[in-house]
Each structure stands twice: as C-alpha cells, then as structure tokens.
Design a protein around this ligand. Structure first.
Ligand SMILES: *[C@@H]1O[C@H](CO)[C@@H](O)[C@H](O)[C@H]1NC(C)=O
Length: 240
C-alpha cells in the first residue's frame, strides 16, 4: 500500500513537470512572431504565419536540417528594435544578417546569443559606443560586419581574443583610439578604413592590404617607431 501511494505520488510529479515544461516552451514560430513584434515596417515579413512552420518558406528564415539556423533579413527597409531576448530562445540560430536596413541606436546585446558564428549589420544607422565586453565569450564568432554605420568610441577589446574570428569589417564608422592588439593569426579580412583610429598597426595585421587602414584623420605607423626604423615608418604613413 505504501508502495502504491509512493508510485502515484511519483507519477503525479512526473506528469506535472512534463506539463510545466511543455507549456513554457514556445515554438520557433511563436518566438519569431514575438521577435517581429518589435520591428517596424515589416511588410516583407508578412508571410510569417503561425499556422505554418518557419522552415516552410518564411521570408528571410534560413533553415538547416529543419531547424532555424539563420535570419537573413537584408534590404527590407526594417527598423525598430532587434529583440535579442526572443532570438536567444532559438536554440539552433547561428547567423544573423540585417544588412541594408534602417536600424538605428545601439548595437544589440549579441553576446546573449553566445553560439553565433556570423553577425552582419553593415549599411544601417547604428550608432554610439560599443561596450568593451560586447563580444566576450563569443567563442564561435567568425565574421563580424558592422561597416557603414555611425559607431563611435574604441573598437571593443573583447574582439581581440575570439579564437575563430576571420572577418572584421568596421569601415566607414567613427571608431577612434588605437587598434586593439589582435592576437588572431586567422584574420583574413579586416577593414578599418575611414574611421578616426590612430597609433600603431598591430603586428598580426601588418600583412593586410593598405586599403584596410586608409582614410583615418590621424597618422598610422606600420611598426613601433624605434630610432632605427622611424624613417621607414614615416614613409609608410604617407601611403595611408
Ligand atoms: C576597405 O573599405 C574601403 C572603403 O569602403 C574600400 O575602399 C577598400 O577597398 C576596403 N579594403 C579592403 C581590403 O577590403
């Protein structure tokens, strides 16, 4: 008898917790519709419809193995707020692109989505300083494109140690101060041109094309100007 009572108690607890889990987990469709709520001018997303799964052809939703892997919302005239809290619930999301839209304001808090591999936000009107720790622990991040916005302040230090970073496109903003000492040797595409940077080009970046650094209002030195190579350095600044 005691055994039976224990069994039913256990059964009840199990059912109760299962129900709690099921009712609290939203479907990807519900998550994406919540995400859309805070966007403006969403005409191009009008086929997002809760009665069909997102991977059945929702505009701008990229799927892999039947799961939402990326959002490619490019050139859609979107603005408003990018609801990172909502996106953080998409377990398989690895790539976001908002290129060529009308977003403004601060950079969304992407480190809430620690598994992202690519973040493309070029050609918008984002502005303001980016927090130093904005990308901390984004260990999978390979590509960050923020070009053609109005970001100000220093290039965030949290980028310097991301082990997978390959592409960093920051041109045509108002970043200022010195270029952080990037440690990665895998950086293939870096563009810092047309900002307000100054100082030395870190050793890991000296093999890049000069056009990666052009258009700064202040002078650049290719190497630490020692007594020995200062003449060379000054010649180099004239290229930029
Ligand atoms: C960097 O961006 C500038 C400005 O858009 C462009 O002219 C230059 O070719 C780019 N350089 C590289 C290496 O991508």
């Amino acid at each position: 008898m005691a055994y039976n009572r224990f069994f039913f108690f256990f059964l009840f607890i199990t059912i109760f917790f299962n129900l709690a889990v099921v009712s609290s987990s939203q479907s990807d469709a519900e998550i994406l519709l919540k995400f859309r709520e805070s966007l403006k001018n969403t005409g191009k997303l009008s086929n997002w419809d809760v009665s069909k799964p997102p991977c059945s052809g929702w505009n701008g939703v990229v799927c892999e193995k039947g799961q939402v892997w990326g959002l490619q919302l490019e050139g859609m005239g979107l603005h408003g707020v990018i609801d990172v809290e909502a996106l953080a619930k998409l377990k398989d999301l690895r790539s976001v692109s908002f290129i060529n839209n009308d977003f403004d304001g601060a950079l969304p808090d992407w480190k809430r989505l620690g598994a992202l591999k690519t973040i493309f936000m070029s050609n918008n009107k984002f502005s303001g300083e980016i927090r130093e720790d904005a990308f901390s622990r984004m260990l999978s991040l390979k590509k960050l494109h923020l070009a053609n916005n109005k970001f100000t302040g220093p290039i965030p230090q949290s980028l310097v140690a991301l082990p997978k970073l390959m592409e960093l496109s920051l041109q045509n903003n108002e970043f200022e101060g010195e270029i952080p000492l990037f440690k990665q040797h895998g950086l293939k595409l870096v563009n810092l041109s047309n900002n307000k940077l100054e100082g030395h080009i870190p050793p890991t970046l000296t093999n890049l094309d000069a056009s990666s650094f052009s258009g700064q209002s202040l002078l650049f030195f290719l190497k630490q100007p020692s007594h020995f190579n200062s003449a060379i350095s000054i010649c180099n600044t004239m290229i930029f």
